[in-house]
Design a protein around this ligand. Structure first.
Ligand code: C2E
Ligand code: CA
Ligand code: CA
Length: 729
């Protein structure tokens, strides 16, 4: 249960969690790469600024050389001092042309010859403003010049120089010093005694505007410390000695963040879509799997239940019985009831399957109501049911059996029509330690068989004697087979049937006898059903028919009656076989009368009817045996194709003791006559019975009073005597 809940929770949360982590994973990856690309971009921007500054530094020195490496300039500053010329070639011209902020000319004795500084009119003052930063460079250059140091000169760099990044009055600046030298070499100069040119370029103000415009730096500023805010990027400006003179700062271009800013809404929307999608999808999937589970449950129900009654089916009964047996405590009582409906088949055949189905549903309901505490109630198929009881003492089980039988015998009403059926129950009892599903089922089945043969509408509890009986039946069956295979154990007796009026013998009824080698004479009531169940009745019937035919040949003028089992009549080939035997013995079909019972006529396939019709067509006559005991009413006589009815012995027996017996027999006889049927009374044992039957108009009489069944040899004596009587009388 807990595990299932957990699984369900996981199933519903898992897809969502996966989608969520996917979305956040993509977001984090994007964020990381944005930050990376921002960092790279900022590093590039810093490099660019450093490059621009160092380019500026070398371009200032280069600018200076355009005028300081020049014979004219040497001459004008050393010999023929011309201030106007200096101003327009080495001074303010440099400002207007190269945008230098300051230009100074200094003599070899470090005397200021000329000064220009943007915004400063007074020359001495202008120089004093830059002097602290410029002087170390001036001295260093003079020293190098005097030493003849040429390091750093090339095709592009014509003279050595000193330059540095400095802070002038709080402003960043490039200071560059160059000697004023001959370009041709024509003018001799003493090393270290050259006049010097000093250029200054401030790196704030218009320089910042310029590089901002050219390289698209936003809000570029100079500051001495990095205190302008965290969103800005800073690049330090350091002098040659490594001293930081201040910082450039700007709002850096962050391509990653830009992409991020553009992508975030898209990502958010698509992430949201993904979440919604997975939620919907997993909900759909969950519903699907729920539906699947439901239909699976339905299938298992169908597999385990009888669709008509909703009771457990055979498969389910087997598994449930096993479970009950397996889980029962050693001393726990288990009872298995095997139920069989009586006459259900007839109802089904005569009233139709829909009525049979409804009856079955009603029966199931009554069983459920009556055995409400049963562990299992199952329908095994057809009209068989089982009930498993647990922990119920034997007397309770017996009471329940009685109640079940009473419940089923109570008339059912289907379509306003009363339907009567019965119930027979076989019971097997066991305790947990001695129970075995197969064994307990077998015992209940045997008990059911006994209950049925004891007369239906009753229950029987299995006892060891039943097993003995079963064994005896098995032995008997084996013996019957060998009796059929040969020997003289089977013999047909004949009981004469007399005319009620003339008292003459008109026919003989063939009655089978079995002389068992050890058990003695066995009556047909005991072995005919056995032969039917064992599939031996066809051979038995054919044997009797042959014997009867040979007897008929011996006694011409008498008809012979042979009893036929319903099972024989249900064989397609039955009529053909009978006619073939008649031909074999050269007997006219009109001599033969076949005795059938009412149950024979309950055949839905119509095979019996066809056999009867074919045989009657040939001239064979039919008698309805044991009339009045079956369940078909008088009205059914209408549809029966027989020539005679044999009134059952029980009615004759009841004469004078059971009220109404005479009345029933009288009406049977008159009814039969009205239909053109002849009547035979069975079991006539007394003169009064014979007298009454004669008065009622019964046609023939049969019974111990007149003659018992006898072997053929005795028959020869009797018939000889009778014939003699007849011929002499
Ligand atoms: P059933 O066809 O009703 O046969 C009449 C039974 O009544 C015979 O018993 C007969 O001996 C007995 N009986 C005749 N008169 C009297 C009487 O006055 N008093 C009494 N108490 N009984 C009388 P049986 O020979 O034991 O046969 C029993 C049943 O076995 C027959 O009843 C018949 O249904 C069946 N049966 C006998 N032979 C055959 C046969 O060859 N084939 C088939 N299928 N069934 C047979
Ligand atoms: Ca008979
Ligand atoms: Ca009979």
């Amino acid at each position: 249960m807990n595990y299932e809940k957990l699984a369900l929770l996981l199933k519903s949360i898992l897809p969502l969690a996966i989608a969520l982590s996917l979305v956040s994973g993509v977001y984090l990856a994007l964020l990381w790469s944005a930050q990376q690309s921002d960092a790279v971009a900022i590093a590039r921007q810093k490099q660019l600024i450093e490059l621009v500054v160092s380019k500026m530094q070398s371009s200032i020195a280069h600018d200076q050389e355009s005028s300081t490496v020049w014979d004219d300039a040497v001459r004008r500053v050393t010999k023929d001092w011309d201030r106007t010329w200096v101003d327009s070639n080495l001074g303010s011209w440099m400002h207007s042309y190269f945008r230098h902020d300051g230009a100074f000319v200094i003599s070899a004795d470090l005397k200021l010859m000329y000064a220009y500084l943007a915004g400063e009119a007074e020359e001495e003052k202008a120089f004093s403003r830059v002097e602290p930063q410029a002087m170390p460079l001036i001295l260093r250059l003079q020293k190098r010049l005097s030493e003849g140091d040429q390091e750093g000169t090339s095709d592009q760099v014509l003279s050595i120089g000193e330059s540095d990044l400095v802070r002038v009055e709080g402003r960043p600046a490039i200071v560059s010093v160059k000697p004023i030298v001959s370009d041709t070499g024509d003018i001799e100069q003493e090393p270290g005694r050259e006049f010097l040119h000093l250029a200054i370029r401030f790196l704030d103000g218009d320089f910042l505007t310029e590089i901002s415009d050219e390289y698209l730096f936003e809000d570029m500023r100079f500051s001495v410390v990095t205190d302008l805010g965290e969103t800005r990027s800073y690049v330090p400006l350091a002098s040659a000695s490594g001293e930081v003179i201040g910082y450039f700062s700007w709002l850096p271009f962050r391509p990653g963040s830009n992409v991020m800013a553009a992508a975030t809404p898209v990502l958010l929307v698509s992430g949201l879509c993904l979440l919604v999608l997975t939620t919907v999808l997993s909900a759909v999937l969950r519903r699907r799997s729920r539906r699947l589970q439901a239909s699976q449950a339905e299938l298992t129900h169908l597999a385990l239940h009888d669709p008509l009654t909703g009771l457990a089916n055979r498969a389910s009964f087997n598994s449930q019985l096993s479970r009950v047996v397996d889980t029962a405590a050693a001393d726990q009582a288990i009872a298995l009831l095997y139920l069989d409906l009586d006459r259900f088949k007839q109802v089904n055949d005569t009233l139709g399957h829909p009525v049979g189905d409804r009856l079955m549903v009603e029966v199931a309901r009554r069983l459920k109501d009556t055995a409400a505490h049963a562990a299992v109630i199952a329908r095994l198929g057809g009209d068989e049911f089982t009930i498993v009881l647990q922990q119920i003492p034997q007397d309770e089980v017996e009471r329940l059996c009685g109640a079940l039988i009473t419940a089923v015998r109570r008339p059912f009403e289907i379509d306003g029509q009363p339907v009567l059926i019965g119930l027979t129950i076989g019971v097997a009892l066991a305790t947990g330690d001695a129970a075995d599903p197969v064994e307990i089922t077998r015992k209940a089945d045997i008990a059911l068989y006994h209950a049925k043969s004891a007369g239906k509408n009753r229950y029987a509890i299995f006892g060891p004697h039943m097993d003995e009986l079963v064994q005896m039946r098995r032995d008997l069956e084996r013996d019957l087979r060998s009796a059929l295979d040969g020997g003289r154990q089977l013999e047909v007796f004949y009981q004469p049937v007399y005319s009620a009026v003339s008292r003459a013998i008109v026919s003989l009824e063939a009655l089978l006898r079995w002389r068992h080698p050890t058990k003695g004479m066995i009556t047909p009531d005991a072995f005919i059903p056995l032969a039917e169940e064992a599939g031996l009745i066809d051979r038995l019937g054919a044997f009797v028919l042959r014997e009867a035919c040979s007897t008929a040949r011996d006694f011409p003028g008498l008809s012979v009656a042979v009893n036929v089992s319903a099972i024989e009549l249900k064989q397609e080939s039955y009529a053909r076989q009978v006619l073939s035997i008649l031909r074999q013995y050269d007997i006219q079909p009109t001599v033969l009368e076949l005795e059938i019972t009412e149950t024979t006529l309950m055949d839905d396939a119509g095979i019996c009817e066809r056999n009867i019709a074919q045989l009657r067509q040939a001239g064979v006559r039919f008698a309805l045996d044991d009339f009045g005991t079956g369940f078909s009413s008088f009205s059914r006589l209408q549809s029966l194709d027989v020539d005679r009815i044999k009134i059952d012995r029980c009615f004759i027996e009841g004469f004078g003791s059971v009220a109404g017996s005479e009345a029933i027999v009288r009406s049977i006889i008159s009814l039969a006559h009205a239909k053109g049927l002849r009547t035979t009374a069975e079991g006539v044992e007394t003169g009064e019975q014979s007298q009454t039957l004669q008065e009622f108009g019964c046609d023939e009489l049969q019974g111990y009073l007149l003659s018992k069944p006898m072997p053929k040899t005795s028959l020869i004596e009797l018939l000889g005597a009778v014939r003699g009587q007849t011929s002499t009388g």
